[in-house]
Write a protein that binds this ligand. Structure first.
Ligand SMILES: NC(=O)c1ccc[n+]([C@@H]2O[C@H](COP(=O)([O-])OP(=O)(O)OC[C@H]3O[C@@H](n4cnc5c(N)ncnc54)[C@H](O)[C@@H]3O)[C@@H](O)[C@H]2O)c1
Length: 295
């Protein structure tokens, strides 16, 4: 564990939603962080947000904020001495591959490469690096500095030491860690997205009259967290395009699993510009009217 004492940790490209939360998780347990952004304007915005989050967190816990552990840069070269990288760029395979290729040139041969992808193939990312055995998924949940779960995604080529290091780092960050295998969506998203999609099928079939009715069942019947507002509200918060795009991705990877196929209602709502929950009823009504007319 002494390995972690002088840990320099990085999340690279960029100070997006997840990168900010991950940086806070690391710095508040005493781990040095070098944050990389692509340009100065984004870097400055990200820097202010991370500092604000850390200060609020420290105030709540009655401690002083460990701002001296943070370094902000736009130069990947600054990562040459880090032990571990956590990338949190936009969910795009080509972009992530490019980042890992660049990192392979910059970082020391022993540096671990972790990806915060929500469901892309960790092994395909490992394949573009010069160290596939040192690549592992560290899938944080949003907001990363609040949610306790960490999925440690073990690729077929991740070494047991690499997996153990990701698990230990997660422990140090106070996360509940679960080691899972590498498949589209891993465990969390592979289960959650079809579950949301089932809600759209229920609405489409007229089994529940309103999205709120589905959410109420999950809030009060199954103890879904109220701040998440139930699966349908959660879907609207995450963005219907994102839910659809993920489902299509999982469906492509597993064409033989019927519940991964996106529902017509979800597709229709996305095609209509992803209206807010309150407007879904009008679309369902139009859909039913058209079906009745067609019959
Ligand atoms: N938001 C979530 O709920 C959530 C949860 C778990 C995991 N993730 C994963 O975390 C990763 C980041 O997601 P996010 O929500 O923080 O995204 P985000 O859009 O908030 O941030 C993405 C970052 O990537 C950078 N970026 C975007 N396009 C780029 C490009 N062409 N070149 C270089 N940098 C670019 C941006 O500067 C930004 O800082 C994704 O892989 C996502 O799947 C997201």
């Amino acid at each position: 564990l002494t390995f972690f004492i002088h840990f320099h940790c990085v999340w690279t490209n960029r100070l997006g939603t997840m990168g900010r939360g991950i940086a806070v998780c690391l710095a508040r347990v005493g781990i040095s962080v070098i944050a990389v952004e692509s340009e100065n304007k984004l870097l400055e915005t990200g820097r202010q947000m991370v500092i604000g989050m850390l200060e609020r967190d420290a105030k709540r816990r009655g401690v002083s904020a460990s701002l001296n552990l943070l370094k902000f840069t736009i130069s990947l070269q600054d990562l040459k001495d880090v032990n571990l990288v956590i990338e949190a760029v936009f969910e795009d395979m080509a972009l992530k591959k490019r980042v890992f290729q660049e990192l392979s040139k910059v970082c020391r041969p022993a540096t671990l490469f972790c990806t915060n992808t929500s469901g892309l193939d960790v092994d395909a990312l490992a394949g573009v690096t010069d160290r596939p055995h040192l690549v592992v998924g560290m899938h944080f949940f949003s907001p990363a500095h609040v949610m306790k779960l960490l999925e440690v995604v073990c690729g077929p080529r991740s070494s047991s030491e690499t997996i153990a290091t990701a698990m230990s780092l997660g422990k140090r960050m106070g996360k509940v860690r679960v080691a899972v295998g590498n498949c589209p969506g891993f465990v969390g998203n592979r289960m959650l997205k079809p579950y949301i999609d089932q809600g759209f099928r229920i609405l489409e079939d007229g089994i529940a009259a309103r999205p709120e009715d589905i959410d109420v069942i999950y809030l009060f019947g199954y103890g879904f967290p109220r701040h998440r507002g139930g699966p349908m509200f959660y879907a609207s918060m995450v963005g219907l395009e994102r839910v659809l795009e993920r489902l299509e991705h999982y469906h492509q990877a597993h064409p033989d699993v019927p519940h991964l196929k996106p529902s017509p209602l979800l597709k229709k709502l996305v095609a209509c510009g992803s209206p807010p929950v309150q407007k879904w009823r009008e679309h369902i009504k139009t859909m039913h009217t058209k079906q009745i007319q067609a019959n």
